[in-house]
Design a binder for this molecule. Structure first.
Ligand SMILES: Nc1ncnc2c1ncn2[C@@H]1O[C@H](COP(=O)(O)OP(=O)(O)OP(=O)(O)O)[C@@H](O)[C@H]1O
Ligand SMILES: [Zn+2]
Length: 730
């Protein structure tokens, strides 16, 4: 029996023949059909959850010892396969507990991925790369530092902040959270002080049990520093700086490992993070908060395509932790799940809805003004009344936010003579014109070229931009406001925040600081600036071209548009005292539209999310769409569209031939090209699978996995396939 090479001299030499079977989750290469833990031998029994190094092919990799299968202790190895021994144990790291193993196992099962892949991806990358000695040194250093710090009372460093007096609505919400089990949907207007409710509930959870841990999730990395500051201010004086850690992909591997270990050992009482944090090992988890729960960023878009929000609810139930989902514009799924009981629906939803309709202080929600673009001068980007309103605000020293969800200067360049357009040679998409460095860039594959001097097709030198993006908007607005003077007797300043201006580390923080300090008068930006930020001096928000999403083929587009506009409106007029100082001009949200009569805008004008949601849910119920049905997508990528579709057709035929379980309750749509059909020279097709029953869909998908793997061998032109359960974009 061969023992794989162990490069850790601190491990005891193997003297007795290894005699205990272990099931170890390891990350097998993508698309191998191995989805269960692999079996290894060990000379001693090892507890499930223990981190081990094991040989895999010619490599040695990290693995997690898994629970033995119920059906016996001796694996059924294929003929000719010699069992191998584990290489070593990662000393000093306590085993991952059963609830963490159940969470990752559920994720793998539900999202149709291999267990090892999910389990290993849920661990900090450094854990995979460090040798056992390096790991031991890390842990030693940490414990030494902790001892040195032991005598220092953190309260001496941080003064205890004065307690905040909760508003009536906040108090009512916090009392209900204490009294009931949840899960809770905290439906609170923008600026209603949801964060304070989270802070209060966190405090209660930590006080109730000296070991309790809480997990707080936000959708975007750029919202974590803000949140971290508030949590540190509140909790560091009581529990010390080390009690609050962050977890997101913007951190270095070393930082991530440090946070992960702190959560795993229980030293961290509060973990703040993005979607990945849902997998943090937190043995004493008592509360999970998901802020802006409607946000699409909670859905992972590669590997296991999990929804961190849905997993948070699952995890909360499993680990008996309370769960608070918070939003001013909940996802329709969560809204529906929190409906109250009625005569034909005596049980109602499984979440408890908590309502906070008022803003903090005397602050009011902005007035929504719809500008009918059909009545405005032709070709105007900014309608005269909007421009006038922005000018007046700036002249009074107030700030404005202009929203356009498209970056670059223009979405496409074109030639009026021959009709040439700046198409990406590798994708079925236009290359976007970026004036700042005179490039054409594909936002799908990244392909970048210099702007041609003349039309590549007919030689005409007069090629021009078509449509507009944030870069052009910023330029035009600066031009339009060039003679506007602020109360500080300086010219108005226009700045832009989008993915292009914030690539450098720290750039976003710097730009936001300039807005907060009042250096910027008008901020042009994408959805990046529309949510979460607590701007104090913005009194006008304008959406200049929001109509596109009204007619999208994606049934979730109106939901996303409504949320985006309502969140953007939520950035205006958050500080009642400031508005009063300025003379009491009410804050405003301007919408330039060609469809002012559209029902979505009617709801928006009334800040009436429930009306909007009721309409959308009625449409979805009539059409049998989520949340009244459950969906999955199978996508195939191939060299040609025919090959991609042929694979999808074949796998649905195989499913029918095999009469797979669940098939009776599942509808398989025919394959279609994806909305952006070709990216980086790869053709993409997808197929929708729908069922009225989540269980039937799950059964079917589980049985289908082996069919997909097997059929793949017959389709050499297929590059990859993947399954997306509960897809967010269709
Ligand atoms: N009870 C309170 N007393 C005084 N100020 C408060 C109170 N609660 C919250 N605030 C302040 O009100 C402002 C808005 O609160 P917060 O940012 O939590 O709103 P929100 O509900 O999260 O809004 P959004 O959904 O727009 O992010 C913040 O500046 C916060 O400090
Ligand atoms: Zn491209």
């Amino acid at each position: 029996m061969s023992t794989a090479s162990v490069n850790d001299s601190s491990l005891p030499p193997v003297t007795k023949p290894a005699s205990h079977w272990l099931w170890v989750a390891v990350s097998t290469p993508a698309h191998s059909s191995v989805s269960e833990p692999l079996s290894y031998l060990s000379d001693a029994p090892i507890a499930p959850g223990t981190l081990v190094r094991v040989p895999l092919g010619r490599r040695e990799v990290l693995g997690v010892v898994w629970d033995a299968p119920p059906d016996g202790a001796v694996p059924d190895l294929p003929e000719g396969v010699t069992p191998r021994s584990i290489a070593g144990v990662l000393q000093g790291v306590a085993p991952l507990d059963a609830s963490w193993r159940r969470l990752t196992a559920f994720t793998a099962r539900y999202y149709q991925r291999a267990l090892g892949e999910v389990a290993l991806a849920a661990l900090p990358p450094q854990l995979r790369d460090l040798t056992p000695e390096q790991m031991a040194r890390r842990i030693q250093r940490k414990t030494r530092k902790k001892k040195d710090m032991a005598g220092v009372a953190s309260a001496a460093i941080h003064p205890t902040p004065a307690p905040v007096a909760l508003s009536d609505e906040q108090r009512r919400a916090t009392l209900q959270i204490e009294a009931e089990d949840g899960p809770f949907l905290l439906f609170g207007a923008t600026g209603s002080g949801k964060t304070e409710v989270y802070l209060h509930s966190v405090q209660r959870a930590l006080e109730a049990d000296p070991r309790a841990q809480v997990l707080v999730m936000v959708p975007e990395i750029n919202l974590t520093p803000q949140l971290e500051a508030r949590f540190l201010e509140r909790f560091a004086p009581v529990y010390g700086d080390e009690a609050v850690v962050s977890m997101h992909s913007g951190m270095t591997s070393a930082q991530r490992l440090k946070s992960w270990l702190a959560a795993h050992t229980g030293e961290a009482r509060i973990v703040l993070g993005t979607r990945m944090a849902v997998f943090a090992s937190m043995p004493q988890l008592a509360l999970i908060v998901v802020d802006e729960e409607h946000d699409a960023s909670y859905k992972q878009q590669e590997g296991a395509r999990y929804s961190a929000r849905d997993l948070a609810v699952w995890r909360g139930r499993e680990q008996q932790a309370k769960v608070i989902l918070g939003s001013a514009t909940p996802s329709l799924e969560s809204w529906h799940a929190s409906r109250s009981p009625s005569t034909d629906d005596p049980h109602g939803g499984r979440y408890l809805r908590l309502h906070m309709p008022s803003r903090i202080g005397a602050a009011e929600l902005p007035r929504v003004r719809l500008v009918d673009m059909g009545q405005q001068p032709r070709g105007a980007v900014f309608s005269p009344p909007l421009l006038q309103a922005i000018t007046e605000r700036v002249e009074r020293g107030e700030q404005c936010l202009v929203l356009l969800n498209r970056r670059g200067f223009a979405p496409v360049l074109h030639c009026k003579d021959c009709g040439w357009k700046s198409d990406c040679p590798h994708c079925s998409a236009h290359q976007v014109f970026h004036k700042i460095d005179r490039t054409l860039r594909c936002h799908h594959c990244g392909f970048t070229q210099r702007v041609p001097h003349a039309c590549p097709s007919c030689g005409n030198v007069d090629i021009s931009p078509l449509g507009r993006g944030t870069e052009q908007l910023e330029e035009q607005l600066a031009e339009l406001l060039r003679n506007v003077i602020t109360p500080q007797r300086r010219a108005a300043r226009v700045a832009r925040i989008d993915a292009d201006t914030t690539k450098a580390k720290g750039a976003l923080e710097e730009q936001l600081a300039a807005v907060h300090s009042g250096e910027i008068d008008v901020l042009v930006g994408t959805q990046m600036v529309a949510k979460g930020h607590d701007f104090r001096r913005i009194t006008l928000v304008a959406a200049v071209q929001p109509d596109g999403a009204l007619f999208s083929s994606d049934f979730r587009a109106p939901e996303r548009l409504f949320a985006l506009l309502m969140q953007a409106a939520g950035r205006a007029g958050r500080d009642a005292d400031y508005i009063a100082e300025q003379g009491g001009n009410p804050p405003e949200m301007w919408i330039q539209t060609w469809h002012p009569e559209h029902s979505l805008y009617t709801s928006l004008r009334r800040h009436d999310y429930p009306r909007f949601a009721a309409e959308q849910l009625q449409e979805r119920a009539d059409a049998g769409m989520p949340p009244f049905a459950y969906q999955a997508l199978v996508r195939a990528d191939a060299r040609t569209q025919e090959a991609a579709q042929a694979f999808l057709t074949a796998v649905s035929e195989r499913a029918r031939e095999a009469q797979l379980p669940g098939l009776d309750h599942v509808f398989l749509f025919p394959p279609v090209p994806m909305a952006v059909q070709r990216v980086a020279n790869v053709e993409r097709a997808q197929m929708l699978i729908e069922s009225a029953h989540r269980g039937a869909l799950q059964h079917f998908l589980a049985a289908w996995q082996s069919v997909l793997h097997a059929e793949r061998a017959n389709h050499k032109a297929v590059i990859r396939w993947l399954v997306d359960v509960d897809p967010q974009a269709i």
